[in-house]
Design a binder for this molecule. Structure first.
Ligand code: SF4
Ligand code: SF4
Length: 452
């Protein structure tokens, strides 16, 4: 008998009956565990025999045990097509960078140090981009995300180009979304609404006093009020908003005041299809942040959220963290499908810029060493490089092949891995067990009620 490599036995939120939970990301099983069962599981994990046929049968049936390691290996390969199918079902995302210029000067901008150019995409390049989309995606239409730099700067020239792009998107039947600092959103709503707007992602870093210091215009002017003007109008027009808050140790607690402001506006009562939130960490990928002592790692980040949400329940209304699938489990009664790969670059995500260059994802955009080819003036892509990104998964990264959390982690970010090791086919390890443990604590009451 073989004790599955993917079993994770983790402490539950404190309660009198179930000190632990067991989950298996290959079989999708989750169970609460009492102390006597925990002792048997520990014995099995250490390779010791357990004489309890009924218990062993249950473990076999739930995929916590296999008759042999080979049976588990076979299961691992059997489920891979399921993952591929789910990937094919999701709409690909094409990010379009009409400019690398920006009207703000945020303290931690990921673009510090990369090509700082203020040119705009020409209509000729826009035409070639749309011709190319038809060829690259003949069957499944991608959605187009306007990205930058800042795609929505309200100069007449930029408005004219974005208007041209949006009209072409509408004509071609492509939905659009935008990642914007939101400063000029108010001037762009009419333009954007000419096409189907999937979502607008806007960043706020806290309440006005905090946000205005971190995200000011190039000449030091605050931006909160003007962003809120745009968001208020967008919400009124029922355009889906995805509000991203970028936090570190210095502004985490300020989320409370921001949450109160958003709640007063009634936005936290809107359905998630109309208003959702995400809490992001400062982005360290290309050493772009001036005060690294403020940065949080993923586990610290969510531990801080759990601690603050206990103290300030408004945060529970502001955001429901996923905790690597524990929230999904609470909502649906199921774990996610095994994630053989969590890096969408060159699979479901591509970036095209104003110079006709192609990149695999937003984090690598504008970085010469990550350029994969061009779509303008000619279509030329280095297929070997693209294949290397496409083949990256926990089945191909050597270290991930023996990892017990691989089907949740998915190998992490390819760009971070390459920055650290020089290799795309290398791991970017994530503190998965720590985050799951936080999730079991945070959603513990719901899980206990569900009575696993
Ligand atoms: S390389 Fe990193 S940032 Fe880019 S798509 Fe992959 S996971 Fe995301
Ligand atoms: S990147 Fe690290 S934590 Fe993630 S699957 Fe690979 S070995 Fe495991």
């Amino acid at each position: 008998m073989h004790f599955s490599r993917y079993n994770l036995i983790l402490p539950m939120k404190e309660n009198p009956r179930f000190p632990y939970a067991i989950m298996n990301s290959l079989s999708g099983a989750f169970d609460l565990v009492q102390q006597p069962e925990y002792e048997k599981l520990s014995a099995l994990q250490q390779g010791n025999p357990v004489e309890d046929k009924e218990f062993l049968d249950y473990l076999l049936q739930r995929g916590y045990m296999y008759h042999s390691p080979k049976e588990e290996e076979d299961r691992l390969h059997q489920r891979w097509p399921e993952f591929q199918e789910a990937l094919q079902e999701s709409a690909p995302q094409v990010l379009l960078v009409p400019t690398y210029g920006c009207n703000l000067a945020c303290a931690y901008c990921y673009q510090n140090g990369i090509k700082q150019k203020t040119q705009l995409m020409s209509k000729e390049v826009v035409d070639v981009f749309f011709d190319h989309l038809k060829k690259q995606f003949p069957n499944k239409k991608p959605f187009i995300t306007l990205f930058g730099g800042e795609a929505l700067i309200a100069s007449e020239r930029q408005k004219d180009v974005i208007d041209y792009i949006v009209k072409k998107a509408a004509k071609g039947g492509y939905a659009i979304s935008a990642v914007t600092n939101g400063y000029d959103l108010i001037d762009y709503l009419d333009i954007l609404e000419q096409a189907e707007v999937k979502e607008i992602q806007i960043t706020l870093d806290g309440p006005q006093a905090v946000h205005d210091v971190r995200r000011s215009t190039a000449n030091g002017k605050g931006t909160y009020e003007r962003i809120m003007l745009g968001v208020t109008e967008a919400v009124k027009r029922q355009i889906p908003i995805n509000l991203r808050m970028v936090v570190d140790k210095s502004n985490y607690e300020d989320l409370v005041t921001l949450a109160e402001d958003l709640d007063k506006r009634g936005w936290l009562d809107l359905p998630v299809q109309r208003f959702k939130t995400q809490i992001g960490r400062n982005y360290e990928l290309f050493e772009c942040y001036a005060a690294p002592q403020h940065l949080l790692d993923q586990a610290e980040h969510w531990a801080m959220f759990v601690e603050l949400a206990e103290k300030y329940p408004i945060l529970k209304k502001l955001h429901q963290p996923e905790f690597k699938g524990i929230h999904h489990l609470v909502q649906t009664g199921e774990l996610y499908l095994p994630s053989y790969d969590t890096c969408p670059a060159c699979k479901t995500e591509w970036v095209f810029d104003l110079y006709g260059d192609i990149y695999g994802c937003t984090a690598t955009t504008g970085q010469d060493e990550y350029k994969l080819g061009t779509f303008y003036p000619d279509y030329r892509v280095r297929q070997r490089d693209v294949r290397e990104w496409q083949e990256r998964s926990v089945l191909t990264i050597p270290k991930c092949q023996d990892c017990d959390v691989s089907l949740i982690c998915g190998g992490g970010c390819g760009a971070v891995a390459k920055t650290k090791t020089g290799q795309i086919q290398s791991p970017d390890c994530r503190p998965i067990k720590e985050i799951l443990t936080l999730g079991l604590k945070y959603y513990g009451d719901e899980l206990l009620k569900m009575g696993y």
